[in-house]
Unconditional design. Structure first.
Length: 430
């Protein structure tokens, strides 16, 4: 049983760390009311103590090197909010668990890479490793899978897992602005990293979350296989406009499922029907859809970007620990989590949206349709939009279902075609 007075350390004082620290300080009475425990912040650490913040840093509890906290202070619970997959993030979490300190983190990069090792450490030392905030911001999806749906046999989890990308795609559709303009706006609003937002935009962030969801949903170890991972950097307003005319919206989806017992994970932009549930999740909202038996389909939706949503999940983990629950980090004992058998993504199939910018001259379209036929990909619909000023045209093709390896061969064929002026755009239908 956890003692009544609880010593807490917060490592990392960026946007989320600052918000969390304020929540911890202002909600002490509420926490005591709901758990019977008094919390006190006895150590904080950040790269730069003198950085301008909304509050003053107490120099008596500040540590430049977070590892010194473990050596010099008696800590019960440590929040790691630095965000690296390795380096000091891994070192401080590892040190805390080895010293029987509960750890709470929103660090999806760390958990998706080292979650198996760290969860084993937590189990050995009979402490909690909590990471609800690592997936889908304020949506309690991990706890729902671990506890609410614990006796269900799940077969698929999918959804919108990156609020930054969803905001950008929504705002492009609404304002008709180009990608770079909307990205700049997202950075000013704090939805995208001000320096380098690449990990949000290229699909990595969503893919790290999918790997955590896979492990929890299917009771497997975290997969390490390279899978389909594409972001939204190449989406232009033109694609959003054309998709809308075809009664679709573009969403960045993360999908994990079992196909004949084999794990198939991927992240990529997808055309979804305008009247579908997922097609109407907009702005920074995330949505996760869980399919299984006997529950059927469960839907959770909420804010997925921003310090407030993340801190809400961090505080939820804190209260869970304060109530005295020692739990397996991935829902079942580590030794029962088996290495997943992996589905060959080359065998997957999707209908495709293809946009080609081409020279506007006779024979170009027939050459393109021949390439599709050569790769055994059949056409459902073709739209041609001429640009007489530039002597070019946009050719949009919707295909019937095509096997992934044939789609890749087709794109390579397009790249060699001198009549195609730009990198082809390929978006899968979902």
């Amino acid at each position: 049983m956890i003692k009544k007075k609880i010593n807490i350390a917060v490592v990392g004082l960026g946007q989320i760390g600052n918000y969390l620290l304020n929540e911890l300080n202002t909600k002490k009475k509420d926490i005591e009311l709901k758990t019977g425990k008094k919390i006190q912040i006895v150590a904080i650490s950040a790269k730069n103590r003198n950085k301008k913040r909304r509050f003053n840093i107490n120099k008596y509890i500040f540590y430049k090197n977070p590892l010194d906290i473990i050596k010099k202070k008696k800590i019960d619970i440590l929040f790691e909010v630095i965000g690296q997959s390795d380096g000091i993030s891994k070192k401080i979490v590892e040190a805390a668990l080895k010293n029987k300190i509960h750890v709470i983190t929103p660090n999806k990069a760390l958990i998706s890479k080292h979650g198996d090792y760290l969860s084993n450490l937590a189990e050995k030392n009979k402490v909690n490793l909590e990471f609800e905030a690592a997936v889908a911001g304020g949506i309690p999806i991990l706890r729902t899978i671990k506890e609410g749906l614990a006796t269900n046999k799940l077969n698929r989890v999918y959804g919108i897992l990156n609020g930054t990308c969803n905001y950008i795609l929504t705002e492009m559709e609404k304002t008709k602005d180009d990608f770079s303009s909307v990205l700049s706006k997202a950075q000013k609003l704090g939805y995208a990293e001000p320096g380098n937002p690449k990990l949000d935009l290229n699909g990595y962030d969503a893919f790290a979350k999918i790997r955590i969801l896979s492990s929890l949903a299917f009771n497997k170890r975290i997969s390490k296989q390279k899978c389909i991972m594409e972001g939204i950097e190449n989406i232009e307003y033109k694609d959003i406009e054309i998709s809308s005319q075809l009664n679709f919206r573009i969403k960045l989806l993360g999908i994990t499922e079992l196909i004949n017992g084999k794990l198939f994970e991927r992240v990529h932009p997808a055309l979804v029907k305008k009247d579908s549930y997922i097609g109407n999740v907009n702005g920074v909202m995330n949505a996760v859809i869980v399919e299984g038996k006997p529950v059927g389909e469960s839907v959770l939706q909420g804010e997925g970007a921003g310090a407030g949503a993340t801190s809400s999940a961090l505080m939820s983990d804190l209260l869970s620990i304060l109530r005295g629950n020692i739990k397996f980090p991935f829902g079942i004992p580590n030794f029962k989590r088996k290495k997943p058998k992996l589905y060959n993504d080359n065998n997957s199939s999707n209908s495709l949206y293809l946009r080609l910018e081409v020279r506007d001259k006779s024979g170009v379209l027939s050459g393109i349709t021949k390439l599709l036929a050569d790769n055994r990909i059949s056409i459902q619909r073709v739209i041609q939009i001429p640009n007489h000023k530039k002597k070019s045209a946009s050719i949009i093709i919707i295909t019937h279902k095509a096997i992934e390896f044939r789609s890749n061969k087709l794109i390579n064929s397009f790249r060699k075609n001198k009549n195609i002026l730009k990198k082809p755009v390929l978006i899968r239908l979902f």
